[in-house]
Ligand binder design. Structure first.
Ligand code: ADP
Ligand code: MG
Length: 698
């Protein structure tokens, strides 16, 4: 009706084309709706006035009522600033500006009574307030609404006079032009069931809070709204898929599976592996397409589960493929699978970017004819030249490195969508899993194969390297191998590569008696491969690398993982890296090396690593400390988890509630066709139509 999502912000009085462009680029605000859903990130209580005499250096934002005595310009060049002496009769304080000096002296006159708002800082025993907000006292009624919202703004926005206050003014302009009326997003029965504020009241209070309590209720309603529609979207997609997508039925457990299981499986499956294989078998026999996420810590034995599932597909005259994110990993999977299947009559091929043309020319027709039963590879598998005869199962390892779009290309390789098993070793916190993968069924391997000794993790400062070298020398002397990993972070690649290369030189000097090799992303694939091979064969004692080894190489003799600049890694990433050791029978070690100067948060994060070996525990802690925006799995998921108000670390209960309600709504009306539910359908369109509906296919 109002089509707030379609009305360009450009036409809001006070905006215009220039500011509209900045709002769009810097804050993602293109429409009226975007503006209304651009929420403050904090509020400051402006119900109290402070006296100048009360001011101390460690106060947060305060406001005072008084007059400017006089202006003065101080300093030269970059330190040139405008200082106003401000008094309320109890003392004086400096108001300071570094920019817009003329504007200030024109606008705020000495002698006039003003309300000044800002954060006091101490400079050489004198208190001052840099760039305060100033309002004439007569406007106090409009300005001082108790709680003042603060909106995120960037430097560019501020330069164009789009500071926090200006954003609030725009909200005011917009809401008053709508007579403070907004269409509801929830149908009456849902609204009365959840007993929350109507949307219009929530939007009004989030921008112009009447009281702390109203603000709390407004935030609750808006968080619910946000999470509810995400869940409604995911659950609807899942239920439509279940209704519509038939799966290839794998009724038989046949020759391949049974022979392997009875004659060639070198060890007993763990209880968790058995349970998961059962779940997968049930799915693939059900007649609907499987979409399953398999979570299991590094080393929990996912590869074997994958192999058994692929054998099931082959037993049912289908092909299976397994896609890994890197060449090294694909090659290693291929070697592992070939190792397991060497005595069986089954055809397996490896297909990666560096497969020679000659081999490729043989492999492709054999995949197309169905002669090759299992294909293991990288992204090369989703190229258009790869045509399957009958792809029944697609497995994706280390999922977070594949975008949703890439996954979907794989599904198109068959007339009937193949069963899909996504494997990840990044344990995902429950709330995040519900939000990102809420449409997938989840299996968890929560048990490691027997006989593993827990990895010992230590934290060391990088000014005590000598001790570290002694330790490494001792371990290598015992016949073990060592990984040394350096961070590689977008934006600092040059320096990061240099650290690795410097480290490599140092290690060669410190350990002349050992072989040291190095792998990083800028090397040619062939060089990478040969360096890697030196380590896998045991010829090299120490492998120095950027995070390329993160995703799953298996060298059981490597028992020490040294992580340089550990403070720069995320917890989940540290946990992944640590999982590279501890695969053999020996005691393994992970040594986190960091600088001595650490923030409290970072120290806490490293402490968690030292104290816990549990991936889920670590993932939850990571979510609490860093928020979901920085978590692996979110940036690369392709779903763009861009929450405006809810916080997955703090709002788990609201999320669960929203999911339950969404579930009930869909249970009664799966396609949301009833009259009251029509607004839900419309809202979903507004919120999710910009994205392609990958949900149906992944
Ligand atoms: P993941 O892919 O989950 O990180 P892998 O599948 O690579 O783990 O398994 C790690 C190691 O454990 C491999 O060497 C594998 O052969 C071994 N393994 C897997 N399952 C078992 C089991 N049930 N008993 C003993 N060893 C196992
Ligand atoms: Mg693996």
């Amino acid at each position: 009706m109002l089509d707030l999502d379609k009305r360009s912000i450009m036409y809001l009085p006070g905006v215009g084309p220039k500011k509209a462009e900045i709002l769009r680029k810097e804050a993602g605000i293109s429409s009226y709706e975007d503006l209304l859903f651009y929420f403050p990130y904090k509020y400051i209580d402006r119900s109290r006035f402070y006296k100048v005499a009360e001011v101390t250096g460690n106060m947060l934002y305060i406001q005072m009522k008084g007059r400017i005595l006089y202006y003065d310009t101080v300093g030269e060049g970059r330190t040139r600033r405008l200082v106003a002496k401000f008094t309320d009769g109890t003392g004086t304080i400096d108001l300071v500006w570094f920019k817009g000096l003329n504007f200030v002296t024109d606008k705020y006159k000495p002698g006039t009574e003003y309300i000044v708002f800002g954060k006091p800082t101490e400079f050489g025993h004198i208190y001052n307030i840099p760039h305060p907000d100033i309002d004439p006292v007569e406007q106090a009624d409009q300005v001082v609404g108790g709680l003042t919202p603060f909106y995120n703004t960037t430097e560019k926005m501020k330069k164009s006079f789009l500071n926090s206050r200006a954003i609030q003014n725009l909200q005011y302009t917009l809401l008053s032009s709508l007579n403070w009326e907004l269409p509801e997003t929830l149908p009456p029965d849902v609204l009365s069931r959840i007993r929350m504020m109507p949307l219009k009241e929530a939007i009004r209070n989030v921008h112009f809070p009447e009281s702390t309590e109203k603000l709390r209720q407004a935030q609750l309603r808006l968080k619910f709204d946000e999470l509810f529609f995400i869940q409604l979207n995911i659950l609807r997609t899942a239920s439509l898929r279940k209704l519509k997508l038939k799966g290839i039925i794998f009724p038989t457990v046949g020759h391949y599976f049974n022979t392997f299981y009875k004659d060639y499986l070198p060890f007993e499956l763990t209880g968790a592996q058995k349970r998961v294989v059962k779940e997968i078998r049930a799915d693939m026999g059900s007649g609907r397409q499987m979409n399953r996420l398999l979570q299991g810590d590094v080393g929990s034995g996912k590869t074997l589960v994958a192999l058994l599932s692929m054998l099931l597909a082959v037993d049912n005259h289908c092909q299976a493929c397994m896609m890994a994110p890197t060449e090294i990993l694909a090659t290693q999977h291929y070697a592992t699978v070939m190792g397991f299947l060497k005595d069986m009559d089954i055809r397996v091929a490896l297909l990666t970017g560096s497969t020679k043309k000659k081999d490729r020319n043989k492999i492709l027709p054999a995949i197309a004819s169905g002669e090759i039963q299992i294909v293991i590879g990288t992204h090369a598998l989703i190229e258009e030249t790869v045509v399957f005869s009958s792809l029944g199962l697609a497995i994706i390892d280390e999922q977070h490195r594949f975008g949703v779009e890439q996954r979907s290309r794989l599904w198109k390789k068959n007339a009937i969508v193949p069963h899909v098993l996504v494997m990840t070793a990044t344990p995902i916190p429950r709330t995040l899993a519900m939000t990102l993968y809420g449409d997938l069924d989840v299996s968890v391997i929560d048990e490691l194969p027997p006989g593993r000794k827990p990895i010992q993790t230590m934290h060391r400062y990088d000014n005590k390297k000598a001790q570290l070298y002694d330790f490494l020398r001792k371990e290598i002397g015992l016949g073990r191998q060592v990984y040394v990993v350096y961070p590689l972070i977008e934006g600092s690649e040059k320096l990061d590569y240099k650290s690795l290369e410097d480290g490599f030189e140092t290690f060669k000097e410190v350990f002349p008696e050992f072989n040291v090799c190095m792998v990083h992303g800028k090397m040619k694939a062939a060089d990478k491969e040969s360096e890697m091979q030196k380590f896998i064969s045991g010829e090299a004692h120490i492998l120095m690398a950027t995070t390329v080894i993160e995703v799953g190489v298996n060298v059981p003799n490597a028992s020490v993982m040294v992580i340089e600049s550990a403070e720069r890694f995320g917890l989940s990433q540290l946990h992944q890296l640590r999982g590279r050791v501890g695969r053999g029978a020996e005691q393994s070690y992970c040594i986190l090396v960091s600088s001595y100067k650490l923030s409290n948060d970072t120290r806490k994060r490293l402490e968690i690593m030292v104290n816990s070996n549990n991936g889920f525990e670590i993932a939850e802690a990571d979510l609490r400390l860093r928020g979901h925006g920085d978590l692996e799995g979110t940036q690369q998921s392709g779903e763009g988890l861009d929450l405006k108000i809810a916080n997955l670390a703090a709002d788990g209960q609201i999320l669960q509630y929203a999911r339950d309600i969404a579930f009930d709504v869909l249970d009664k009306d799966p396609e949301l066709l009833s009259e009251p539910n029509r607004i839900l359908n419309e809202r979903l369109k507004i919120l999710f139509s910009r994205k392609i509906n990958w949900g149906m296919i992944s």
